[in-house]
Design a binder for this molecule. Structure first.
Ligand SMILES: [Zn+2]
Length: 184
């Protein structure tokens, strides 16, 4: 049965210290055996968040959770090639500056497979940015389009090999986060 939720936690030094069995099941379901808990126990979460803006937002969120001992909730997308996955995350304070992440799938919609999201697809040199939060494709002009629409655009995928994906934060998600953070 497909995973519906998983939980993990970090210590005061931002190292992954616990993950439930559903974490492993989700990693395996998504063809990422390198991310099972035994393989990344004590790894820093910053090893998995690459772009400056997403790191900045996570830093502010973790500070808020730790120093105000409140929880923060937000929706995000974590699509697989053949489904749109609408998820939510709740981040809660633990003792000794630890933090817990409760993640669950709110809704999943099947669709035709999007090769751009295929972990096994061969990639060329070109880079395309995807929003870490809503998984839209960020175009060079800063506009953001849904990954399915992007996959239909010949101007984006006119090369024989798929582009590599890196991550960023789109303008809409950036604004949502800034509004949320400024209300704290
Ligand atoms: Zn976004």
């Amino acid at each position: 049965m497909a995973v519906k939720s998983f939980t993990y936690s970090i210590d005061g030094q931002d190292r992954l210290v616990t993950a439930d069995s559903e974490w492993d099941a989700f990693a395996l379901e998504n063809y990422a055996p390198q991310l099972t808990f035994e393989r990344i126990r004590y790894a820093s979460i910053w090893d998995f968040i690459y772009d400056t803006e997403t790191r900045h937002i996570y830093r502010l969120v973790l500070d808020k959770v730790r120093y105000s001992t409140v929880s923060v909730r937000f929706p995000f997308r974590c699509d697989s090639p053949d489904s749109r996955r609408f998820m939510k995350m709740e981040i809660l304070p633990l003792d000794a500056m630890g933090v817990r992440f409760n993640t669950s799938i709110i809704r999943e919609e099947k669709r035709g497979p999007v090769r751009l999201l295929d972990a096994f697809a061969e990639r060329g040199e070109k880079l395309i940015s995807m929003c870490s939060w809503c998984k839209c494709v960020i175009l060079e002009d800063g506009n953001c389009i849904d990954v399915e629409e992007a996959a239909r655009r010949p101007d984006l995928f006119n090369e024989p090999r798929l582009p590599q994906l890196n991550h960023g934060t789109c303008a809409a998600c950036s604004k949502k986060w800034l509004d949320k953070i400024s209300s704290w």
